[in-house]
Design a protein around this ligand. Structure first.
Ligand code: KMH
Ligand code: ZN
Length: 311
């Protein structure tokens, strides 16, 4: 693993998993998403992971003008690394999801390297009745849904990242996805060192058990040696146990309302900055690790610089 004494804190501001009924604090409009990203950066995040939503209804969308509105507002306000999603909304095709890379040519973007069942349907009975008509079917359809990222998809997606000089953050939801990533390196479609996001706790992916994070780490060590770094996402209530473990392991961590709505048991997080602040405090108290700055992150990942994007 590539070591870095500071911790790279990412914030996933709104995502495409949670819906407006689940929290009044979920940012929806481009202005809300941008302001939340800026505040998260102020709280210590050096990467902001960006999804966009229909400003009227909060439904996840891949609308490029909304991405541009959010990214421009954030870029005008601070130097945080802006990382749009290519995971997109559950309703989007891979062709639609990837468009944000050639369009905005960001410094980083998420890059999903394997398929999984992506089950949000258990949230229906927990939150109904819903405020908007789209929410229930959006969640319910995941009972029979595969979040698809095939090898053919990767053969299209990875060259698009290379063309835009966008650093892919490899979202891995299970152990097999690590082998997919290695195969892409061996085929010359992906350059090392790679940056891997271990995503645990998605219903359909690897479970959020601490032992699974250790296993993912050992597999990554075997496959990539010193040519990788890792960050961790824990879905829902596993967010802080797993990100705390990641920090103690010398890795990096992502928090945010995309992944988790609660600051603690039964207590809704009132902002992404609240979640970032909690992680920064844990890292500082636990190991003394301080948040990396955006400049340090750019150097660590050899990013092309904010001025080299099309934002
Ligand atoms: N949209 C979710 C299905 C990403 O941002 O790259 C997965 C996701 C991954 O949000
Ligand atoms: Zn995402």
């Amino acid at each position: 693993m590539r070591t870095f004494e500071k911790v790279i804190v990412s914030c996933a501001v709104t995502g495409a998993i949670h819906t407006p009924t689940m929290s009044p604090y979920l940012p929806v409009t481009p202005e809300e998403i941008a302001e939340e990203a800026i505040a998260a950066a102020d709280a210590g995040a050096s990467i902001v992971h960006v999804h966009v939503r229909d400003p009227e209804t909060g439904e996840p969308t891949g609308d490029l003008e909304l991405f541009r509105a959010v990214c421009e507002r954030v870029a005008d306000a601070c130097d945080v690394v802006i990382q749009p999603t290519t995971g997109g909304a559950l309703t989007q095709s891979i062709e639609s999801r990837i468009r944000v890379v050639p369009e905005l040519e960001p410094e980083m973007a998420s890059c999903n390297v394997g398929s999984i069942n992506f089950g949000l349907y258990p949230l229906v009975e927990r939150y109904e009745p819903f405020e908007y008509d789209w929410e229930r079917p959006y969640l319910e359809r995941t009972r029979d849904f595969v979040f698809t990222n095939t090898f053919a998809d990767l053969e299209t997606v990875l060259p698009a990242f290379a063309e835009a000089e966008t650093k892919p953050e490899l979202e891995c939801y299970d152990v097999g996805h690590l082998y997919n990533a290695k195969a892409m390196v061996e085929r010359g479609l992906l350059a090392e060192p790679v940056h891997i996001q271990f995503v645990l706790g998605i219903h359909g992916g690897i479970g959020a058990d601490p032992a699974n994070l250790v296993h993912l780490y050992h597999v990554a060590e075997d496959l990539f040696g010193d040519a990788y770094s890792f960050s961790v996402v824990g879905a829902g209530r596993s967010e802080f146990p797993l990100t705390a473990q990641a920090v103690a392991m010398g890795g990096h961590a992502r928090v945010g309302l995309e992944d988790n709505l609660y600051l603690g048991p039964g207590r809704l997080a009132e902002s992404n900055a609240d979640l970032v602040g909690k992680l920064v405090r844990i890292a500082s108290e636990q190991t003394g690790r301080k948040p990396a700055t955006p400049a340090e992150v750019r150097a660590f990942f050899d990013l092309k610089g904010a001025d080299a994007t099309a934002i």
